[in-house]
Structure formats: structure tokens, C-alpha cells
Write a protein that binds this ligand. Structure first.
Ligand code: NAP
Length: 324
């Protein structure tokens, strides 16, 4: 039975959270079959283990993921920290036809819709899901800042912005967290964004820390159902599968030698790398399952030696296909 995980402050301004959060997206959409009862059981187990940062977005299941979280969040309002996002304009009538908006009037309407679906008066952490350059950043972050003043939102976050955008946004209103893809196989963030986040006291919330599942097993891609969105992602296509599976086989071998799973090794790599770079990182691995959640939580206390980090670096440089 994994112990309760450690806590940390989310950046210089944010709440006290477990050092690992839970990505809830797959509980509603994109990654194969969903099961409401299983999802609720996984959410309950998360809190028991000290995982109190729950990540959703208005676009996951076109609102269904926020609704799925509503009962749970309200039952545990004093413990759970809920993060949601705006930016993808999408409807149940035509879910494949989406666009992006950072317009202040859109943000004001989006937050009210999220509050209603979540059954809350206030969202803890509100992210801009994607930046679009047709609206000045100061206008969008200004609108987000107004939501804090109105008491609809507590803390602000951004997702997948550059170091310059992070600095510019932070000058308008303190940014608590930056959620961007970061894993052993996806490391663009390390070029300049992490240094900016560290300097500004912004916490990193790495999403897809398991490479969207790729890093969990060399046979992972073989088990994807026809409806799984990942079949269209470059890292999962047939053209790149042979190379990437062979790389994950090496990760698996290294993990087995250390008596842990590949997923745990990937998470241990992330925690170790964040420490090397002196940044707070609260990864949000996504899982529908209690058992896998427990495995992931246990990895929050694992750190790798410099030699293992080097070995993993040398494997990761060969990954094929861009991350999307
Ligand atoms: N800001 C953004 O643009 C953005 C984009 C994507 C995702 N996100 C957020 O980040 C969260 C995490 O990202 P992600 O779900 O895309 O990718 P991920 O966390 O890298 O991987 C999730 C996949 O790994 C599997 N998995 C999890 N733990 C496992 C374990 N211990 N052993 C074996 N398989 C395991 C999950 O399957 P099972 O469910 O079957 O366990 C799922 O298929 C999402 O839930 C979402 O909240 C944000």
C-alpha cells in the first residue's frame, strides 16, 4: 500500500498540494472506454493518498469531465483543489469541429459555464488552455485577473506558452502554474520556459508525464481501441511505432532491474529532472484506474541516480515523431 504522498506549495502564490496531481481527461474522453463508477473510485483513492489537485478542462468530453468531477469535488470541497481550463471552443453537436478563443467576453462566459458544471462558486486554478495571438495577451490575462477580483477564480494558470508569454502574463497578474507537456520523451520546455518559471516562482504542472501512455509499456500502442485519439498522434503511428517500442523496451528493462514499472521510472525521471533544474513540478499523470494511480503515487518519492538519468537521456534522444 503506497504511503500518503508529500505536499508542496504550487509556486510562490498557490495552494498546498500533493506533489502529484491527477489528470482526469481520460475519465471522459479521448483514451478509450470510460466508466463513471471506476472514475469515482479512482478519485476517492487519490484523496486518500494525498493527491488533491484534480485537473480537468471545459473541452474534455465537451463539459462532461467537469460534470463528472462535480459531485466528488463538492463532497470534498475543503480538501480538493480543482483546476480547469478555457480556450477550446467546442460543442457536443460537432465535437470534432473546434476553434480557439482568448477573447475577454468569451472568457467571462466560459468561466460561468465551468462554474455551473462543477457546481462551484469559485474555481481554484483557472488556466488558459491555449494562447492565440489574435487577442493581446494583456487583455486575456486582464480578463482572467478580473475573475479573481470577482471571486470566481482563486489562482491563474497558463498552458503551453513561451517564456516571453509567461513573463508578459505574470506582469499583468501573478501566474501560479504553467501546465505544459513534459516527460522523458518531450523536453522542449527545458530550453527556456523552465528557467523563466523558476525565476518567477511559477510552478510547473507537467501534463502527459507518461508520454500519453507511450512510456508505460513497449506494447502499450498495440492495445489502443479504434476510437482512441492517440492512433493519429505521430508518436503512435505505424511509421514510428517500431523505433519507439524498442526505446520503451529499454526503459522497461531498466525499470525491471530496479524493481519498478516503466511508468514509475518515467515519473521518477521527471521528479529528478525538476530537482536538477530547481523548479517545483507537480505532474498530473492521467489514469482511470485505482491500481495505476497507486503505482504512480508511489513514484512521487522515487529519485534516480545521475548514471540512470544519463542512460535515460541517451535512450530518449532517439524518439520518433513530434509530440502534439
Ligand atoms: N494542457 C493541455 O494541453 C493538456 C493536454 C493533454 C492532457 N492534459 C492533462 O494532463 C493529464 C495527463 O495527460 P495524459 O492523460 O494525456 O497522458 P499521461 O498522463 O502521460 O498518460 C496517460 C495514459 O497512461 C496510462 N497510464 C497511467 N498510469 C499508468 C500506469 N501506472 N501504468 C500503465 N499505464 C498507465 C493511462 O491509462 P489508464 O487510464 O488506463 O490508466 C493513459 O492511457 C490529462 O488527464 C489532462 O488532465 C493537459
Amino acid at each position: 500500500m503506497p504511503a500518503v504522498i508529500a505536499m508542496t506549495h504550487l509556486g510562490n502564490w498557490g495552494p498546498l498540494v500533493g506533489v502529484q496531481g491527477l489528470g482526469c481527461m481520460g475519465m471522459s474522453e479521448f483514451y478509450g472506454a470510460t466508466d463513471e463508477a471506476q472514475a469515482q473510485s479512482t478519485l476517492e483513492r487519490a484523496l486518500e493518498l494525498g493527491i488533491n489537485l484534480f485537473d480537468t478542462a471545459d473541452m474534455y468530453g465537451c463539459g462532461a469531465n467537469e460534470k463528472l468531477l462535480a459531485t466528488f469535488i463538492n463532497k470534498h470541497r475543503d480538501q480538493a483543489v480543482v483546476a480547469t481550463k478555457f480556450g477550446y471552443v467546442r460543442s457536443t453537436a460537432n465535437p470534432d469541429d473546434w476553434s480557439l478563443s482568448n477573447e475577454p467576453h468569451y472568457i467571462r462566459a466560459a468561466v460561468d459555464r465551468s462554474l455551473q458544471r462543477l457546481g462551484l462558486d469559485c474555481i481554484d486554478l483557472y488556466y488558459m488552455h491555449r494562447r492565440v495571438s489574435d487577442v493581446p495577451l494583456a487583455d486575456s490575462v486582464g480578463a482572467m485577473s478580473d475573475l479573481v477580483a470577482e471571486g470566481k477564480v482563486r489562482w491563474l494558470g497558463l498552458s503551453e506558452v513561451s517564456a516571453e508569454e509567461l513573463r508578459a502574463a505574470h506582469a499583468v497578474h501573478p501566474i501560479t502554474a504553467l501546465q505544459s507537456e513534459w516527460s522523458l520523451f518531450t523536453r522542449q520546455l527545458e530550453n527556456s520556459v523552465i528557467a523563466a518559471a523558476s525565476e518567477l516562482g511559477v510552478a510547473l504542472v507537467p501534463y502527459a508525464p507518461l508520454g500519453r501512455g507511450l512510456l508505460t509499456s513497449s506494447t502499450f500502442a498495440n492495445g489502443l481501441s479504434e476510437q482512441d485519439s492517440r492512433l493519429n498522434f505521430p508518436r503512435f503511428t505505424a511509421a514510428n511505432q517500431t523505433t519507439n517500442q524498442a526505446l520503451v523496451e529499454q526503459v522497461e528493462r531498466l525499470a525491471a532491474q530496479r524493481g519498478i514499472t516503466a511508468a514509475q521510472l518515467a515519473l521518477a525521471w521527471l521528479y529528478s529532472r525538476a530537482e536538477q533544474l530547481h523548479v517545483t513540478a507537480v505532474p498530473i499523470p492521467g489514469t482511470r484506474s485505482r491500481h495505476r494511480l497507486e503505482q504512480n503515487a508511489a513514484a512521487s518519492g522515487m529519485r534516480l541516480s545521475a548514471a540512470d538519468m544519463q542512460l535515460l537521456d541517451s535512450i530518449a534522444t532517439h524518439v520518433q515523431g513530434v509530440a502534439i
